[in-house]
Design a protein around this ligand. Sequence first.
Ligand SMILES: *Cc1c(COP(=O)(O)O)cnc(C)c1O
Length: 406
Amino acid sequence: MIPKQQETSTSDLMLPNAEGYFGPYGGQAIPPHLKSIMDEIYHAYLAIRETPAYQQELQELYQHYVGRPSPIYFARRLSAACGGAKIYFKREDLNHTGAHKINHALGEALLAKHMGKTKVIAETGAGQHGVAMATACALVGLPCEIHMGAIDIAKEHPNVTKMKILGARLISVDRGTQTLKDAVDSAFDEYMQDPEQFFYAIGSVVGPHPFPMMVRDFQMIIGREAREQFPAMTGKLPDYVAACVGGGSNAMGIFSGFLDDHQVQLIGVEPLGRGVAKGEHAATLTYGQPGTMHGFHSYMLQDAEGEPEPVYSIASGLDYPSVGPHHSYLKDLGRAQYVAMDDQACLDAFMQLSRLEGIIPALESAHAVAWAMQKAAELDEQQTILVNLSGRGDKDADFVAEQLQL
Ligand SMILES: *Cc1c(COP(=O)(O)O)cnc(C)c1O
């Protein structure tokens, strides 16, 4: 018997409260002036999301523009190679622009348009959020400015070119580590020039309230679809649902469909990079402590002074020293477990999935694939693992070929 899906909005786990807290995490650690602007966005969002015009526009775009619903695929040869549980993929890599990020980019761009904002500002790591926002802004007709670390610009060249073609203004960030965290700081500084007119489109379930909730809501489509598709395909719920965790949006998207199904184990896979011994990783929930940065309270990789530590992952989209507050809460409650896979395991999974299934995954997604491959071997073939394949690896192909000297 397949348990009927609960209305997820009624779940106790589907916070936040009115102040933006998921248990002790989240909130708005920002100056009062900005707080009132965030509250304005929150109330505009609550009002606009109820209107048929907004809902219909978004649903139509998901269907006809993004290509939703994304399929679920049984990876027969990969499962056989691992020897054990059956591995399935939720194919967010097949979305227009190649990842789950288009789901929230469209939601945010439409919201900005409905609120009458004049410019959308965003930061980007691997360039995926930048491309998704540039795409969504081209579609709704809003100017778009993307801040990206200089190191990431060099590494993710195809995405940089796409953003330019799509008409976005690209800002190269040369400060600090020249990666995601500094891109966030830079985008935030620009936003503060005129927060009434500008819209800061955060790229994951992070930042001050209401962003962790809003971005999660836009990504919930993944979980809603999967919760219907998987039982229809296999006759039961998956035993495990796994997703990679950078900020945590693709994981929150798929987890949210299964939060009330307590027999389904939810696994978030963080990047272990070159390992803990070297201190070169970004496994925030695995090794971090609660702290505050970028306007919200959550687990965080920090030094003795509470400043964010430099982080590293082979996947640019995962190297962030904090994480979505909802994940921190799910970790403390024990509703989700968080594990970490290193660069080497990620590269192995990248190659195995490519050669056994003809699917080249994003390096981010390959972390979740790596965990699933390891776990599958411990289970029997009656058991199933559903992995959210958050994106495709076109952007990483040259980089991996160089690493492996192909
Ligand atoms: C950005 C990105 C991620 C990481 O972001 P989350 O908010 O943790 O989902 C994962 N996979 C892909 C393909 C991405 O582009």
